[in-house]
Design a protein around this ligand. Structure first.
Ligand SMILES: [Zn+2]
Ligand SMILES: [Zn+2]
Ligand SMILES: [Zn+2]
Length: 388
């Protein structure tokens, strides 16, 4: 058998494969990645060349397909209205104390002394903004897939396959994650199974095709102690292989014994929301990561096909972050996927720094977010459990 190495896309020579009897010129040139698959992976020339799907490989892993350029001009994003008046909400001493008590009681070994006897000496508000940009997009990729052939419709070549972005799919509601797989029309064809070479059966792996194996009772001698014939194998020294019932071969797992496979291209569509946050620096001393799991007061919300960066917001770093992230998302997602909707919000997250005295020493805790989360890293009355 003559084999030639396929070196590149678009080469019109391939492997001469006696199984499929394809002339060399019709065999598809495989992308280099196809050679990385295991021994049971289908040979590249099992798949026809489908215009518009040239880079498609078995097992997925192919790159995402860039959407075609829009035929209509992109709509111009609407100028965001300036944010409404806002005020910094401050919490009462009572609320701060209550949050502190809840926090301490949820930590198994914390003593409640500082909550009961601590005296609040100062409360300062440090309010911080969180800008969030979400981009809801649709991406598409393709892969060659195979199934045992059991009479499914075969339509390859009946007419040209529609392009990956010409196939219609029903998107979910905006910002709902979803996946869908669609069999690309006019790509299904029937091939002999490459694993069993069209036989429907493969040599049994347990007995390597012999149909029998050494008798476990007499270890192959045919005799038990002395000259007694082994009753388990009737003196044969071998017994039937139970995996293949003595046949020496088993039904092929790949084609389920059908001898043929139907091969076709699947289009995998994925809708996902990509999210980026920016938190404006504050001077409270509370670590910014702490703010990730809390919500704030929504000051501004804007959702449309493509958002325009927020303008004129009092905190300049927020406006800057908006401009940067809107640009980043367009660069990142408009090329490999189709942007369906964007949403941007600005939240005001209240952070209150509470200073208190307990047993003659000054300590600090923070109350933050709509949830009144508490952070007290220097809590003075922890015991055993907090020692790692
Ligand atoms: Zn035996
Ligand atoms: Zn066997
Ligand atoms: Zn097979």
């Amino acid at each position: 058998m003559e084999r030639r190495i396929v070196s590149d896309y678009g080469a019109n020579y391939g492997t001469v494969n006696p199984i499929y009897g394809l002339p060399a010129v019709a065999a598809m040139a495989a992308p280099p990645a196809a050679s990385n698959h295991g021994p049971s992976a289908p040979p590249a020339n099992m798949f026809d060349t489908v215009p518009g799907y040239e880079g498609t490989v078995a097992g997925g892993g192919g790159g995402y397909l860039p959407p075609p350029m829009p035929t209509a001009p992109m709509p111009v994003p609407e100028q965001a209205p300036s944010p409404p008046d806002w005020h910094i909400p401050s919490i009462s001493e009572e609320r701060a104390r209550e949050a502190f008590a809840t926090y301490v009681s949820s930590n198994c070994c914390y003593s409640s002394g500082p909550v009961k006897d601590g005296v609040i000496t100062n409360m300062e508000s440090f309010n911080t903004y969180r800008y969030r940009l979400e981009t809801f997009n649709e991406s598409r990729s393709t892969e060659w897939t195979q199934e045992p052939f059991a009479g499914q419709p075969v339509d390859a070549g009946v007419q040209p396959a529609p392009g990956p972005w010409q196939i219609t799919a029903q998107p979910p509601a905006f910002f709902q994650e979803h996946k869908q797989t669609i069999r690309v029309p006019y790509t299904s064809s029937v091939k002999n199974c490459h694993v069993c070479l069209g036989m429907g059966r493969n040599p049994c792996k347990t007995c390597t095709g012999a149909g029998s194996k050494v008798c476990w009772v007499c270890n192959g001698s045919g005799f038990r102690e002395g000259n007694d014939r082994c009753s388990h194998c009737n003196g044969r020294g071998r017994e039937n292989c139970s995996t293949c019932n003595g046949n020496g071969s088993c039904q092929c797992d790949t084609c389920h014994g059908k001898r043929q496979l139907i091969v076709f291209i699947n289009l995998n569509i994925k809708w996902s929301t990509e999210k980026d946050d920016f938190v404006a620096q504050d001077l409270s001393g509370l670590r910014v990561e702490k703010l990730q799991k809390v919500s704030g007061k929504e000051l501004f919300k804007d959702a449309q096909y493509m958002v325009y960066p927020v303008m004129g917001f009092p905190d300049f770093s927020v406006a800057q972050a908006s401009e940067r992230l809107v640009r980043d998302h367009q660069v990142k997602y408009a090329q490999t996927s189709r942007i369906l909707q964007q949403r941007q919000t600005i939240e005001l997250i209240p952070v209150t720094k509470v200073s208190y005295m307990w047993k003659g020493k000054s300590h600090v805790y923070y109350v933050y977010g709509n949830e009144f989360e508490v952070n007290a890293e220097d809590y003075p009355a922890t015991c055993c459990c907090s020692v790692m």
